[in-house]
Design a protein around this ligand. Structure first.
Ligand SMILES: Cc1cc2nc3c(=O)[nH]c(=O)nc-3n(C[C@H](O)[C@H](O)[C@H](O)COP(=O)(O)OP(=O)(O)OC[C@H]3O[C@@H](n4cnc5c(N)ncnc54)[C@H](O)[C@@H]3O)c2cc1C
Length: 483
């Protein structure tokens, strides 16, 4: 079959676009190198739905960020994903920073960000009792929010799959040929054909542009790693909103923020790396983010860290996002250099990409039978977000909801079974983890992982040694030990 649109990359950019297209009368495929949706930068970032004061006025980045901020809230509501409008402060230390905060405020106002305000020390301390006594001012942005970037991307992917989008996982595009207005995209063993191709391949997007046949592509990407700590929920709410410092040429700096799941996130730093796949954390990097966090909040209990992780930015050799049709290959459109605020922008980036497809000649009409939820029978809400009555009702219907598998995050066997039966079935340990948080708590999967693996094996009819952590060769067990 020939698809109307083929999207390369199932991060937030590709998936939000697939979701929008799934409401139209076109056939869409998404090919993704890894085993799941949202495993690239979308899986490992600060999770901030930025307000939109950072980007320079008039840039695509500024426009898409401000609109994306609004749309993200609508999508979270429509797909029943947690999103908290906690607001953000850019914290200033002294009069030098006050000048920078005024500049950011003016920039934000030019971008159309609502409600920006410079606030003084007393008000800042009232809003954020744990803030450093040396913090003198802040730029308060009430429209900033937090959500789960991979959670909302998975929800959008399920919504897209429910409406007929085909996802091909473990499909790393390695070559492409074009004939008669059709592009044949291959991973070496299988080929998917489409009339239009969107390159949404994140840190690999410039490389994918070459694979698609671009010569002398104008954008190059430098992978830039950012490291984080996650603090245990037990320390309670340390920050009420996202606390940034003044941005520098190395980015937005180290932040302290609540997460939508009740933890505190600390980070990131920013260092160029050679290997974009290298998501390791380093002692020096973690020491740097610890120092940055203590500057904002001297009393922060960093000994409550339950894990560390790193994400990799796709930093382009130009300021703005490069989102435009190919000048050399008709029917190919690139979304390259989508670094921060790429997540916050993604719902608006999707609209923009759909507009470019229409300009390129794709005819779109509304699909009369479009289903607005993640699943045909409605949205999925997991156990720990239900009321007591709903929990009782669920247990009466299916006792599997009474069996807790992940104690740290209260995930039930019923939740896990639901995920095996979802529009994109969760068949690896990490797929379950990203969807339900089984393994994200204090014990980091020490107790629940074997049970999750056993359940996946039993219900998908494979042996335990076929279950992987995240696809490929990431098996958990290889063979029985000798008796
Ligand atoms: C440390 C850090 C902090 C950040 N903080 C924020 C924040 O708080 N707020 C915000 O708005 N933004 C933030 N960002 C930016 C944001 O995460 C990204 O802009 C956004 O996730 C980009 O999404 P994407 O879909 O374009 O790319 P990705 O999420 O990277 O997705 C690209 C996908 O393409 C796939 N792919 C690559 N090559 C191929 C191939 N050959 N074939 C098939 N598939 C392929 C990859 O496997 C990947 O899944 C941050 C980024 C980082 C790294």
């Amino acid at each position: 079959m020939v698809y109307d649109v083929l999207i390369i990359g199932a991060g937030c950019t590709g998936v939000m676009t697939a979701r929008l297209l799934s409401a139209k009368n076109v056939k869409v495929a998404v090919v993704e190198a890894s085993a799941d949706v949202a495993t690239g930068a979308t899986a490992a970032n600060s999770a901030i739905v930025h307000a939109g004061y950072d980007a320079l006025p008039g840039t695509l980045k500024a426009k898409l960020n401000v609109r994306g901020n609004r749309l993200m809230k609508e999508i979270a509501a429509a797909l029943d994903v947690e999103l908290k409008e906690v607001g953000s402060h850019v914290v200033g230390f002294g009069d030098g920073d006050l000048v920078k905060l005024e500049e950011l405020k003016a920039r934000g106002e030019a971008n159309g960000v609502p409600g920006l305000e410079i606030i003084g020390q007393d008000e800042l301390r009232r809003m954020e009792p744990n803030i450093s006594p040396e913090a003198t001012h802040s730029l308060w942005a009430p429209s900033a929010a937090i959500t789960c970037p991979y959670g909302i991307t998975i929800a959008a992917a399920e919504n897209a799959a429910t409406n007929g989008v085909d996802f091909y996982f473990n499909f790393a595009v390695s070559d492409c040929s074009s004939a008669g207005g059709i592009h044949y995209v291959t991973n070496g063993t299988s080929t998917v054909a489409a009339r239009y191709v969107l390159n949404c391949a994140g840190v690999s997007s410039a490389a994918v542009a070459s694979i698609l046949g671009e010569n002398d592509f104008p954008v190059t990407i430098t992978p830039r790693r950012g490291e984080y700590y996650i603090l245990d929920k037990s320390v309670g709410s340390l920050a009420n909103s996202t606390l940034f410092v003044c941005p520098s040429d190395r980015g937005k700096g180290i932040l302290v923020s609540p997460t939508v799941h009740g933890n505190t996130i600390v980070g990131p730093n920013a260092y160029p790396i050679e290997d974009a796949a290298d998501k390791s954390t380093t002692a020096a990097g973690l020491a740097e983010i610890s120092a940055g966090a203590r500057r904002i909040m001297p009393s922060i209990p960093l000994n409550a860290a339950i894990t560390s992780f790193a994400g990799v930015r796709s930093t382009p050799n130009q300021y703005d996002f490069y989102i435009r049709p190919s000048e050399q290959i008709p029917g190919v459109i690139h979304a390259v250099g989508v670094e921060s605020p790429g997540f916050a922008s993604s719902p608006a980036t999707a609209e923009y990409l759909v507009g470019l497809l229409e300009e390129a000649g794709l005819k779109l009409e509304d699909k009369p039978d479009y289903i607005p939820t993640r699943r045909k029978d409605g949205n999925h809400r997991q156990w720990n977000r239900l009321s007591d009555e709903e929990k009782n009702e669920k247990c009466r219907e299916n006792p599997a909801y009474g069996k807790i598998v992940c104690r740290c995050e209260t995930v039930t066997e019923g939740d896990l079974l639901d995920m095996l039966d979802s529009p994109i079935p969760a068949v690896t340990i990490d797929m379950m983890k990203r969807r339900l948080r089984a393994g994200m708590g204090r014990c980091q999967g020490g107790f629940c992982s074997p049970r999750v693996a056993a359940l996946i094996a039993e219900k998908t009819g494979v042996t335990l040694d076929a279950v992987t952590k995240n696809g490929g060769g990431s098996w958990l067990v290889t063979k029985r030990t000798e008796d």
